[in-house]
Design a protein around this ligand. Structure first.
Ligand code: C2E
Ligand code: CA
Ligand code: CA
Ligand code: CA
Length: 280
C-alpha cells in the first residue's frame, strides 16, 4: 500500500516530466518555426446563405512541422499565448493574410473579406501595434472593411484601456470586428448591446445540436434575432450537414462556415474555389 502509493507517484511524475519535456521541445521548435518559414495560413470559405457563394473566409494558422507534418493550431496557440510568441505569430498571420487578400480582391473577387483570429494576449502591453496594422492595410491598397478582426468574449469582458484603444483604432479605420465562439463562455445576451461588433459567430457546439433538438434550435433563433436587433450579422460556425444549413437559413442566419462547404485549405486551393465559383 505504501509501496503502491510511491509507485503511483513515480508513475505520475514520469508522465508529468515527459509532457513538460515535450512542451519544452515544442516551445524551442516553435521559436525556429517562423524563421524557418514553417507556418502557413489556411483559408476556410464562409458562404452567404442568400446566394450560396463564398464571400468571406477565415484565416487559420497551420504549422508544417518537419517530422510531424501539418500540426493543428489548437495546442500551439495556447503555448504561443503563454510564451508571448503569439504576438510575433499573430503579426505574421496578419501581414500574410492582408497581402494575400489584396491580390485576390484585385485578381478574382473584389468583395472578398477575411477574418483574422486574435488572442487576448495580443492586446496587452507590447502587443499589436494597431496603427501599424491600419497603415499596412492602407499600404497594400486594401479597403479596411475587408479585414475582420475576430475577438473572443473573454477579451470583451476584460475591457482594459489597452484593449479598447486597439479596438477603437481598428473600428475607426473601417476594419470590422467579429465576436467569435459565441455561446461557449459566460455569454449573456444582455451584454451584446454593449459590444460594438459587426459580426457574431455562433459556436460550433450550438450548431451541432440544432438538427436534433428543439431547444437548441429555439435558442439559436433567439441569438440570431437579438444579434440582428443590435445590427450584427450572424455567421454560423461548424455547419456540417445540409439539414443544419437549411435550419440556419430558416432562422435568418446570414453566413455559414463549416465542413459542408469546405474544410480550411491552403491558399492555392482556396484560390481555385474562388475561380470555380466565378466561372460557374
Ligand atoms: P476558431 O477560431 O473557432 O476556428 C474555427 C475552427 O473550427 C477551426 O479549427 C476549423 O478548422 C474548425 N472547423 C471549421 N468548420 C468545422 C466543422 O464543420 N466541424 C468541425 N468539427 N470543426 C470545424 P482550427 O483551424 O483547428 O483552429 C482552432 C482554433 O485555433 C481556432 O478556433 C482559433 O481559436 C485558433 N486559431 C487558429 N488560427 C489562429 C491564429 O492565427 N491566431 C490565433 N490567435 N488563434 C488562432
Ligand atoms: Ca475564429
Ligand atoms: Ca470560432
Ligand atoms: Ca475557438
Amino acid at each position: 500500500s505504501k509501496d503502491k502509493g510511491r509507485n503511483r507517484y513515480s508513475y505520475f511524475s514520469k508522465q508529468m516530466r515527459t509532457s513538460a519535456l515535450n512542451r519544452m521541445q515544442t516551445i524551442s521548435e516553435m521559436r525556429d518555426a517562423l524563421s524557418e518559414q514553417q507556418y502557413e495560413v489556411f483559408y476556410q470559405p464562409i458562404i452567404d446563405f442568400k446566394t450560396g457563394l463564398i464571400v468571406k473566409a477565415e484565416a487559420l494558422l497551420r504549422w508544417n512541422h518537419p517530422e510531424k507534418g501539418l500540426v493543428s493550431p489548437a495546442g500551439i496557440i495556447e503555448i504561443a499565448e503563454d510564451t508571448g510568441m503569439i504576438i510575433e505569430i499573430g503579426d505574421w498571420v496578419f501581414h500574410q493574410t492582408v497581402e494575400q487578400l489584396a491580390i485576390w480582391r484585385t485578381k478574382i473577387q473584389p468583395n472578398l473579406a477575411i477574418g483574422i483570429n486574435t488572442s487576448p494576449a495580443q492586446y496587452r502591453d507590447g502587443g499589436i501595434d494597431a496603427d501599424k496594422w491600419v497603415e499596412f492595410i492602407r499600404a497594400k491598397g486594401l479597403d479596411h472593411s475587408a479585414i475582420v478582426i475576430e475577438i473572443t468574449e473573454s477579451l470583451v469582458l476584460e475591457s482594459s484601456p489597452s484593449i479598447t484603444s486597439r479596438l477603437d483604432t481598428f473600428r475607426n479605420s473601417g476594419m470590422k470586428i467579429a465576436l467569435d465562439d459565441f455561446g461557449t463562455g459566460y455569454s449573456s445576451l444582455s451584454y451584446l448591446k454593449d459590444i460594438q461588433s459587426d459580426y457574431l459567430k455562433i459556436d460550433y457546439s450550438f450548431v451541432k445540436d440544432i438538427a436534433e433538438g428543439k431547444r437548441s434550435m429555439s435558442l439559436c433563433n433567439k441569438i440570431i434575432d437579438i444579434a440582428h436587433i443590435y445590427n450584427m450579422k450572424v455567421i454560423a460556425e461548424g455547419v456540417e450537414s445540409s439539414s443544419q444549413s437549411s435550419l440556419l437559413k430558416q432562422a435568418n442566419a446570414d453566413f455559414g462556415q463549416g465542413y459542408l462547404y469546405s474544410k480550411p485549405v491552403n491558399a492555392k486551393s482556396f484560390e481555385q474555389l474562388l475561380i470555380e465559383q466565378k466561372t460557374v
